[in-house]
Write a protein that binds this ligand. Structure first.
Ligand code: G6P
Length: 366
């Protein structure tokens, strides 16, 4: 099949818009009509697993970092996450009853593949979450779980990220079930929120114009900070990565609570600060960090839901309203504004969105 932009100006815009559809496809593959989680034949028996080691690069690494919060909070399983280029050389000990889990869109990233082979050499059973089923990483895994994102052309990963998160979240639910960390009713509740996700993502996409307006203001910045707490911290990292990759604006992400230990020194009226803050149990803490930014004249773009905005909108530079969703799924939802902010900033700057300088879609050399 020929891959075209389907009426969009860039592949990235098309791939952002495709997310509700491809996530729907992934859910259909992994959840039965009866609402049961359905892994390929071999599956994973988490009752035989005490800890998880996750390894990836780039955006896939941030998917792993998000999943760490989920596995630990929801399934009560300890998780170690590392970038593949570090993991492969630091010779980490891998205790028994560890799940070695590799995440890669292309399935060809050299460092991730080398990390996988390191674990193979330690007689580990290898599981991977990949987009390309015939890729090297998929072929060398004992169990390869496809994410069903379809071909991704834009160098900056978008739909692969949210599909990775979706499949990883299903693994978290499977782990929670095998470990007895959640009862059937709680799992059914998560599944029903997941099934509602495509519709909620469509509502988020309706914020496109508001995000474009905010992005036009970002386009003249030299530095941008992204803040988030808990499982929104990896999303802040991903938002900063997207912005750097395609707009070439220096962007850094911090866990909001860490602001006072350094980055607050950078804040003045020239530094926009993107705050990713759904109205969840950590909201008040994030808002107090945001107020520290505003007290130093930092310009805040607050991304929150209706309830959050009604409580904390005062004095912000720009606000973006997201629909509401269960707390656990906010990382998947808030990927949309993170992606669209970067996209529209790059468009406003006139950079090459789909082929950013110096970057490759798949890095097959070390
Ligand atoms: C490159 C791409 C990124 C991607 C990373 C990992 O740096 O530009 O978008 O996240 O590689 O790629 P993978 O195919 O392993 O997910």
């Amino acid at each position: 099949t020929r891959i075209d932009k389907a009426g969009h100006k860039h592949f990235m815009a098309k791939e952002i818009a495709e997310q509700p559809g491809v996530i729907g496809d992934a859910l259909q593959q992994y959840i039965t009509a009866e609402g049961e989680i359905n892994l390929p034949e071999k599956g994973i028996d988490f009752s035989k697993i005490d800890r998880i080691t996750m390894v990836a690069c780039g955006t896939a690494f941030y998917a792993c970092l998000t999943a760490k919060y989920w596995f630990e909070q929801i399934a009560r399983l300890p998780v170690e996450v590392d970038v593949a280029s570090e993991f492969r050389y630091r010779e980490p000990p891998i205790p028994e009853r560890t799940l070695a889990l590799f995440v890669s869109q292309s399935g060809e990233t050299a460092d991730t593949l080398a990390a996988l082979r390191y674990c193979e050499g330690k007689a580990q059973t290898i599981t991977s979450v990949i987009n390309v089923p015939e890729s090297s990483i998929a072929r060398e895994s004992d169990l390869a779980l496809p994410i069903f994102a379809g071909v991704e052309v834009g160098v900056a990963s978008t739909k692969a990220f949210t599909c990775q998160l979706t499949v990883l979240f299903l693994l978290v639910l499977k782990a929670a079930k095998d470990h007895g960390a959640l009862d059937d009713a709680a799992i059914a509740d998560h599944i029903s929120h997941l099934r509602g996700l495509p519709a909620v993502l469509n509502t988020a996409l309706e914020q496109n114009d508001a995000l474009r307006d905010a992005a036009r203001k970002l386009a003249s910045a030299r530095d941008v900070l992204f803040l988030g707490r808990g499982h929104m911290y990896p999303l802040a990292l991903e938002g900063a990565l997207k912005l750097k990759e395609i707009s070439y604006i220096h962007a850094e992400a911090y866990a909001s609570g860490e602001l006072k230990h350094g980055p607050i020194a950078l804040v003045d009226e020239n530094v926009p600060v993107v705050v990713l803050a759904p109205r969840d149990p950590l909201f008040d803490k994030t808002v107090s960090n945001m107020q520290e930014v505003m007290a130093r004249k930092g310009k805040v773009i607050l991304v929150s839901d209706n309830k959050g905005l009604s409580e904390a909108n005062e004095g912000v530079w720009s606000s973006i309203e997201m629909p509401s969703i269960s707390d656990a799924l906010t990382p998947i939802l808030y990927a949309i504004p993170a992606q669209l902010l970067a996209y529209h900033t790059a468009v406003a700057k006139g950079t090459d969105v789909d082929q950013p300088r110096n970057l490759a879609k798949s890095v097959t050399v070390e």
